[in-house]
Design a protein. Structure first.
Lengths: 144, 144, 144, 144, 144, 144, 144, 144, 144, 144, 144, 144
């Protein structure tokens, strides 16, 4: 099981700025937590971030060459990018959508995910643990 | 960690009718799978189903007397019940929303969950494994 | 041909209150008219009413055990119950939707039936005779 | 009881083209089935089809001179013709709307009937038998 | 003057849970306050609560046998129940809608009351005193 | 000044059917009243009616060959015909829209005229006198 | 026949400012043209303008004391004033709505008149002559 | 307790015009009824009416200098005036919204009150008695 | 390859009226240009125009008897005719939609084509050359 | 450069009431700050406030007689007054719209300005300094 | 005639992945087919693809330096990119929009093209041949 | 005071292309005008442009390291980019939104700014001078 974890725009800021507000967990912390769990699940995991819609599209396009599952936190592009949706729909590996916050408890425009209808499933609201649950779900896909 | 798992209308039909279409996993199978996992997580779990909106409201109301978390698959009431939403908002225990199918890949009217904004988080699309992920999330809440 | 006729909320009031306004035909009169017609069609017919959405859901769920067709006047739940819709969609017996009044000649919110898309067909506007037509339609299904 | 049965645009194609898809029942078959039933109900029935909105309007306008009831399958004009609606509303004979298919199980724009609010009632989804039920309803109006 | 006071879903929680947030007034306190006021107005008052939509429908249906007015706080069902609306419209006793909070200062979906158009009037925003005002209004109806 | 007066679908019924409801003024009466007024204004007037959208389109197309102004009561096609709108926009003679009733005091779908934006002006609500006002307006256009 | 002609906000600017754009006809010119026509129709006419919604409301309220008809060009208040609508609905004299321009050929927000549904009729698009037509219509009301 | 009662546009017509339709109760009658009740409640009450939005805004602005509560029947301005809403929100005295009729049983555009979200509460549908209930509510605020 | 080219309402006016505005190309010119191109493509082409929705429906219905492809410029009916859409969907020959102007650069109501979803493809904005492109596309369908 | 600064409803309250909430800057302070800046820019400035829509309309109408630019904070009328919009559009002097707060960070109904499309430009969100920026912009218009 | 052909996100996947589903035609095949046709039309053609919105914007901006026409298949950006629309509108060379599939037969959100209103025309639904038609249209623009 | 001025897609074209239409002011001219003004205000200013959403996001993210204020003309991304909005909201330096044109006088889709709610304020419609006003506002923030 080889898993690609993709993070969209502004997620690189996590934990670095205003830690008293958003907490101190950085994206690096999340990656490290995931790598540990991946090992215990005998999975291999690659972790990337980009602010560019086109770069995320490219990563999803080339995922089938190296990975069995994509875990995607597309950040703001979740709500605006038909290009990401098309890339997910065109790829042969299943994609799992994750969100740190409960997007349904935020502004109206964050309730609609353009990616969700073409993903395997969606997990939102459990903070960094959302990623861990997605990894569990990814590895469970393997055995089905 | 004591967890109450609630299932809404029509979920009692799961796996019993037209198994060639919906699969053979019954609600009892899901309960059994969850009880096993609960044991390994040292959690205690109670599992209920009702077709009555009012009965589900009552169960959520009385959850704080016995449970630390509620896992809720409200089925069709997810999309129509303000009463369930109010019960969740009024209760002091966190509620985790689960769905067997990816509700965002289904009819338009299933994309809107009235409960989601007042839940801790939402997990949808992983079949019976959605419940397992919710249980993991529930137990992770404990140690936070 | 065994037919289950289900009546939703407030239909129990039919003909009992303000007969000068709504006419004198009671739900019992309708049942009696239907039993007579059923006999002449060699059909067997059971007739029930409930104000509880959950109870109606349950009756539809268990219909396949005893009946070949369901005739449903869901009353107000026609317009608000996704749970009833899901029960109809999940059951293996065809359901025929009936209405006493022409729902399209009433308030805007009564024009939309959540159940109609998963029913076999819909008959509305012929008063008590709507039920008789539905029974004819039910028995005609048999010979198709 | 003299009944005028009107059929709107494209219904002349019924059963003639692509029978493996739409079935083999032609409009002529429906007329013949209805004439038989009409005889057994001592009713007289005339059966017409037109692709022209204006011609259908004219037929409804002149219905009171010869008929007691109109049965109307306006086809596509059901959803777009205010002119038909006005003709129905202006005529002194009751009109019964029929549809072969369940229009509520089809595309969104077919869910709205402009004619329904001014018709006596509506029957949809029972194939050719929808017309038979409408004829029954028409003859039942007589004795009311 | 015999008055039936009905309370909908979750109102049984009033004052019992998180009193530091919602205040300490319980539903029992409200009943007691109302009984006192009723006495001074020479009215007789019965006070009930249910989480079941169907049960509330039934209570409204049978109100005319024993009561002159209904005071209704339908809670969440205010915004979702056509069944309650139909029961109110069908009953011969006037119904007065009350709300503890100002529903127009809350979420958008609470601004629309399905019951209001068929009630005598509506009082919202005065806390427990909303019920007292409704009782005054009810008794004033008597002398009109 | 040569004026073409066009009347759309169902206006031929005017005054002939249910005179106790719609009044006894027929379309012929309106024509006669207009011819009298036309004479006193030294105008020449032709008066036509059709239930066919295509025929009305054709009459407007050929108006410039013989007429200086068109007065149009498009009836139901007012609200549904882009074809009429295009014909009016393409013709070089000004068109004046008239309605017997005040269309803004009727059903919502009659409030929107597709023709109005490309007409010279609109007169509605004065019964048969709406046509007389339109004729006055037409003759006043001449002297401008 | 005594007629009150009311003009709303900004109509006092007519013809005074930017005559090369809006023409040179002033509100005084319109009054003078109307007074002449009123004489020939043996009518008495009073002509007023105000930029104040409340003043226009007051004038309509007191119209029945002195006038038989109101002709109203409410200008911008046509589209925003429920107060004017209520005043018109409450008054016992009929009101005729006029507009200089064809409001249906202008911005979307000018297509909706809040006053129209409670007026006798509406005339729009004939420039100053719209007022003359309204006066004709007013005097014709007299003889009906 | 000093109470300012404000009445908006057209309320001055109450009972004066068409008493056979709207009843004979005048605004003066309402004031007198309120003054009586105020005395029994040891309150002081001032009663005003205006058709001018700006004047009502001004009265609310200066209320804190002399009054403890405002009772406001803003009439048509209820549905169109953001200025009134802002004045209420800016003032330090609580405002209670009243309506004679049940605004939710009237036209769609009367269901939305711009003022309600910034008022203490709302009372509608009890005729002149709505004012009395508002006065009771106002005096009850005092003792809270 | 036998191609039927159908033109809807008002296209007969092309180039005949106001040539200084719309250009001098007539429908006859377009036909002649298409016949020349058809010859060079060894195709046979028939060219018709009608202002009648019903006639266009009929032509599409009978197309399979004589033609392999339909090229359709439905003019205004593009945006209003469900009947044309149904005829296209029911016919076994592919239909190609063309427009002279770029319909997406015109009024909002011309952006929605009811026919497009059931056509093979759509070409709009290239003037008379749109037809030539459609003919090329039609002949290319042949060799696929 | 002569500048007219207009302030709409409730702006007279600025800084006078609840200074701990809204700050202590009064409208007089703003005027004084602006007069100082005007002097340094060799501009002449007049400063007015009104709660009356009609009065603001009148001031804009008569602006060209004395002023080169209007700076307008229409307050609540920004969102509801077509009359103000028409006055601005009709006047020959440019108008600059200002707001103290960022209206796009407030309630949905404050995001839409009816005046903005006919103003030169809009400045919002800089508190009292918004006026200073508008004055700078006004004086810069002069030298263009 | 020098033509720039631009392809947006995910079009690089064409024919490479899941050929059994999407066909075997690659973007390289389309380029080759176009180059052949370009030669026969004496045109020069450059062919590019990018997943980056900003890169596509840049290519359109610099098109006037080297090309006479742009053919654009913007893929998913068709529906979301105002930046592309602005680039097209700002450039002096005409742009022709193409789509492989009939976008009007797909999901609702693909029916709206933000680019179409500023393009010369649009061709959709003919597979790879859509590009050929666009090239023909481009070369025909030359001789106009 | 160190100010970062960011310009979005297509602003690099300013003044270079079609100067007879858009004027001759280039982005370089604007920068030069701003640098001059910055000096007189003792501010330091950096000026950048990009067509890439992701690059703009990155620049805003890193602004706090070097700047006190961001002035942002996001061009087309103003209306489509949630990613920019999130970057602005996450950054600790205030952002001021500017537009050359009055975006409220342009197409409907340009009236909605996704960035505005999280910016300090917005200035639009004053051409290049909008930037100067923003710089003044930025420097005024300093002294607050």
């Amino acid at each position: 099981m080889k898993v690609l974890v993709l993070n969209g725009p502004n997620l690189n800021l996590l934990g670095q700025r205003e830690p008293e507000v958003y907490g101190k967990t950085t994206l690096a912390d999340i990656e490290s937590m995931l790598q540990t769990r991946a090992k215990s699940l005998s999975a291999k995991l690659e972790f990337r971030q980009s602010n560019h819609e086109g770069e995320l599209v490219g990563w999803i396009q080339s995922a089938p060459d190296q990975f069995n599952v994509v875990i995607l936190n597309a950040g703001a592009y979740t709500h605006t990018s038909v290009a990401l949706r098309d890339a997910i729909a065109a790829t042969s590996v299943p994609t799992i959508e994750v969100h740190l916050s409960n997007i349904y408890a935020r502004e109206e425009f964050r309730h609609k995910s353009l990616c969700a209808p073409v993903c395997k499933g969606q997990i939102s609201g459990f903070g960094a643990f959302s990623y861990v649950l997605a990894l569990e779900a990814a590895c469970n896909l393997k055995v089905t």
